[in-house]
Design a binder for this molecule. Structure first.
Ligand code: NAI
Ligand code: MG
Length: 485
């Protein structure tokens, strides 16, 4: 295990297979949320750097280029090589991620392994991207071809920076699109390490470019760039709307968005309360609550409500918060001061609006961004903490009586990313799963996303799907060719 002693090798922008300084020479700090120290200074991309990166990607995509001339099996071999390299360097990648993000090291290792699996999964798709032959009325031969859409711009957040790097790059590269990826300003270093591996795997220059910087400068420049054909974004609803606007204001680039949620987990009275409380606990507190699919509304049947709240309180009190490099730690700090402040503000709002604070509610220590696992009971649908995405370790437990009632209440949100239901009654489970307005529904477990199945949001939780074969469609145009015989 490398842990906190890992050395930071890559701090410059990765453009055209080289690590380069930013045009302005400006840098920014990646901060360790455990103790607020600087992990490293990183080159800061702005518009001029985005221009350079997009130009490199555009050149890599030119007709007859090395990249365009690769056969599908050769693209597949590159992605498999990248998967091998990520696996070989799991310790370094996970160590850097934990330093920047604060998540427990064991979780960072698991996430990095999943990133390798993602590259391998999409490696398998490269030579399975097929069109159709279509019978027509006039007897001409009509066929479709799936072609890469062009340069893909990708903007990622900091909560799963390594997995999201793979979820974005995997399908784009499998489809044949070169990429300019702007990682979140909180987690640039683990992304730059991955960029170095992309070069080592043998991708030609310009195919992958990684340009750390801030949202309103680097991110906006990418979203507005006329030579970017497609933009894929994961983050807040607020910025997702800006990305849509930027697309409309520039070249109508194709847009997919993954924007978080306020996901309900509904627990009926026929369950084992111990087990249900554990599932609900992990569903909200994993990754310090900084998860787009966090089950931030726990709906519990009135018959088991008090018992459930008590079990949940015991679990929250037992949850070990602290140094993410300590193997016993289950929860690290929040990622940065702004996010920490937001969560603290929401906890205060919860108290003011009359929810019952069951446990937690305070900062831990006076250095770093640690927050106690917090539970509110007697939460009602109209309270702010039941409506807004808090993105922190705050569980809200609500009470319900009937299936019809809980379906209606669960759907009363502008979000629609995920939902869960715990019950042994198959009819209730299926009725709920069919009625809920969300992109994923888990029955008798939670957060069980897999690489092979589509993932994305209804309503303001996003547009389009990632993962599974559907993710490839985001990076492909369909061309219809008709031949008169
Ligand atoms: P954010 O949406 O501001 O940042 C996400 C990414 O977008 C970062 O790479 C950022 O640099 C970039 N960005 C910011 N402004 C931009 C702009 N004008 N144009 C282009 N790119 C831009 O999210 P932030 O500030 O980190 O977190 C705020 C809240 O957003 C969280 O509390 C949470 O509620 C939500 N969020 C949801 C995530 C998800 O997994 N869906 C991930 C991160 C945040
Ligand atoms: Mg922001």
């Amino acid at each position: 295990m490398l842990g906190a002693k890992v050395s930071i090798k890559y701090t410059k922008l990765f453009i055209n297979n080289e690590f380069v300084d930013s045009v302005s020479g400006k840098k920014f700090a990646s901060i360790n949320p455990v103790d607020e120290t600087v992990v490293a200074e990183v080159a800061e991309a702005r518009m001029a750097d985005i221009d350079k990166a997009v130009a490199a990607a555009k050149k890599a995509f030119a007709r007859g280029s090395e990249w365009r001339s690769l056969q599908p099996a050769q693209r597949s071999a590159l992605l498999n090589k990248l998967a091998d390299l990520v696996e070989r360097h799991v310790q370094e990648i996970a160590s850097i991620m934990t330093l920047e993000n604060g998540k427990p090291f064991a979780h960072a290792v698991g996430e990095t392994q999943m990133a390798a699996d993602t590259f391998r999964y999409y490696a398998g798709w490269c030579d399975k991207i097929q069109g159709q032959t279509i019978p027509t009325d006039d007897g001409s031969l009509v066929m479709t071809r799936k072609e890469p859409v062009g340069v893909a711009g990708q903007i990622t957040p900091w909560n799963f920076p390594v997995l999201l790097y793979a979820i974005k790059l995997g399908p784009a590269l499998a489809a044949g699109c070169p990429v300019v990826l702007k990682p979140a300003e909180q987690t640039p270093l683990c992304n730059l390490y991955l960029a170095a591996l992309t070069k080592e795997a043998g991708f030609p220059p310009g195919v992958v470019n990684v340009v750390p910087g801030f949202g309103p400068t680097a991110g906006a420049a990418l979203a507005e760039h006329p030579d970017v054909a497609k933009i894929s974004f994961t983050g807040s609803v607020e910025v997702g709307k800006l990305i849509m606007k930027a697309s409309g204001n520039s070249n109508l680039k194709r847009v997919t968005l993954e924007l978080g949620g306020k996901s309900p987990l509904v627990i009926f009275d026929d369950v084992n309360v111990d087990k249900a409380a554990k599932i609900a606990h992990e569903a909200i507190f994993a990754n310090s609550g900084q998860v787009c699919i966090a089950a931030s509304r726990t709906y519990v049947h009135s018959k088991i409500y008090n018992e459930f709240v008590e079990k949940s309180r015991e679990l929250a009190l037992k949850r070990k918060v602290g140094d993410p490099f300590d193997a016993a730690t289950e929860q690290g700090p929040q990622v940065e001061k702004d996010i920490f402040d937001r969560v603290v503000t929401y906890i205060e709002i919860g108290k003011k609006e009359g929810a019952s604070l069951v446990t937690g509610g305070e900062r831990i220590g006076n250095k770093g961004y640690f927050i106690q696992p917090t539970i509110f009971a007697n939460v009602t649908d109209d309270m702010t903490i039941a409506k807004d995405e808090i993105f922190g370790p705050v569980q809200s437990i609500l009470k319900f009586d009937t299936l019809e009632e809980v379906i209606e209440r669960a759907n009363k949100t502008t979000y629609g990313l995920a939902a869960g239901v715990l019950t042994n009654d198959i009819t209730k489970a299926v009725k709920f799963a069919q009625a809920i307005e969300s992109g994923s529904v888990w029955v008798n477990h939670y957060a069980a996303t897999t690489l092979q199945a589509p993932f994305g949001g209804y309503k303001q939780s996003g547009i389009g799907r990632e993962l599974g074969p559907e993710a490839l469609d985001n990076y492909l145009e369909t061309k219809t060719i008709s031949i008169k015989l």
